[in-house]
Design a protein around this ligand. Structure first.
Ligand code: GDP
Ligand code: MN
Length: 384
């Protein structure tokens, strides 16, 4: 789960990281009011869960409350990388001298978290890593010991931070580490951490990703989840415990098992098709779950064909078939469907599905070819 900038910065602030004064607003009037209260120049910042808002025009400086209201009004009608802006953060503007990058993420290869910093802040770290990798300082953190003070000093040295800031930088690094651990984050990032012309350190931007597996012990954080900005189909899928990711293609996929789902998508592509989604209905999926999955797939107007690839193990073919039938009673559709059903109770499943006029296939290759053909409007060769 991604947190918004304002949410991440509020968390950072609790861990002693200095952030600009400011508040979030949903209307131009509110933004104007906040600017008035702050009584200074302000930055109006779109709250959308993508990077590069600055370049997209989603971050603007305002000198007066009137201007703040006006710019907020404009930004609140924008879409940034396809996401509507519903809130803006109105922050006291900082006089920026230097921009630094500071972040923590998991280094899977090293099997521990890594803290990274760079004097080329404000730029996405992936860019820095690609163009000027020597500008990134790194330390790996022993999860049992946590970030040590000397490591924070090492990082400060590594980016040639002026000595006078070393102490506060250390506190910020330790605060960021503690926030990362306490929140079960997979990323905690300040980009940029700035040195102001008043010689203060300030976290101007903030980003946190929270491990979805930690939902059960982070109820307060997951309360903050912004459903507004996630694809509605993904929200719905989560309700049923389905792993679903919406894609741009036109062949809907319903598969049991993440690996098999990935394979199915690859094979669809191999034969010139394009998957409309990733969907793993999981092991032992009930008819109800299958029905929900089918509704979600069919809600996408791009879907021109559906490929079912069910390998029965714990999942039973008859149970899946019943779910498909139940969903088809609810949602009337003329979208052609290709099914490959093997394994536990496959035969029973096929019998149940006989009335559903589905195109059957023996192998995944066969199924994918048929799905690609019907998605492009070729006549459906029924039977398998
Ligand atoms: P991002 O583009 O989504 O990463 O948003 P950021 O919050 O990082 O802002 C992008 C850039 O806008 C920063 O790197 C700064 O250069 C600039 N910026 C953000 N806040 C301020 C501010 O308070 N004052 C000034 N002068 N520039 C700012
Ligand atoms: Mn940024």
């Amino acid at each position: 789960m991604k947190l918004h900038e304002y949410q991440s910065k509020q968390i950072f602030s609790k861990y002693g990281i200095p952030i600009p004064k400011g508040r979030v607003a949903a209307t131009a009037d509110e933004a104007k009011q906040i600017a008035k209260e702050l009584g200074s120049r302000v930055v109006i910042k779109s709250q959308v869960l993508v990077g590069g808002r600055g370049k997209a025009g989603g971050i603007r400086l305002a000198k007066t409350p009137d201007e703040a209201g006006e710019l907020a009004g404009q930004i609140l009608t924008m879409e940034i990388k396809g996401l509507p802006v519903r809130k803006v953060l109105v922050d006291e503007a900082a006089n920026i001298e230097t921009e630094i990058y500071l972040g923590i993420t998991n280094d899977r290869a090293a099997r521990r978290p890594v803290m990274m910093a760079s004097s080329a802040g404000g730029v996405e770290i992936e860019e820095v890593a690609r163009l000027t990798p020597e500008k990134i300082a790194r330390v790996h953190i022993d999860p049992m010991l946590g970030l040590r003070e000397y490591q924070a000093r090492d990082i400060a040295c590594g980016i040639d931070l002026p000595r006078e800031h070393t102490r506060l930088f250390g506190q910020i690094a330790l605060g960021l580490w503690q926030a990362y651990v306490d929140c079960d984050a997979t990323l905690a990032e300040i980009n940029p951490l700035v040195i102001t012309s008043e010689n203060q350190l300030l976290a101007v931007d903030g980003k946190m990703l929270i491990d979805d597996n930690a939902q059960f012990r982070q109820p307060a954080l997951f309360e903050m989840r912004d459903l507004d900005v996630e694809a509605p189909s993904e929200v719905e899928a989560r309700r049923y415990g389905l792993s679903f990711i919406k894609l741009d293609g036109n062949i809907g996929c319903m598969v049991n098992g993440a690996g098999l789902a990935m394979t199915s998508m690859d094979i669809i592509k191999l034969f010139g098709g394009s998957p409309a989604n990733f969907l793993d209905i999981g092991g032992g999926a009930s008819a109800e779950k299958v029905a929900a999955a089918l509704r979600i797939i069919l809600a996408d107007p791009n879907v021109k064909a559906i490929l079912f690839n069910i390998f029965g193990g714990i999942t039973r073919g008859d149970e899946v078939a019943r779910g498909i039938l139940a969903a088809l009673h609810e949602v009337k559709t003329s979208v052609p469907m290709v099914i490959r059903l093997v394994g536990t109770n496959a035969e029973e499943g096929r019998q149940i599905l006989a009335e559903a006029h589905m195109i059957t296939a023996e192998t995944l290759v066969d199924a994918a070819k048929k799905a690609v053909a019907v998605a492009t409007g070729a006549p459906a060769a029924a039977g398998g």
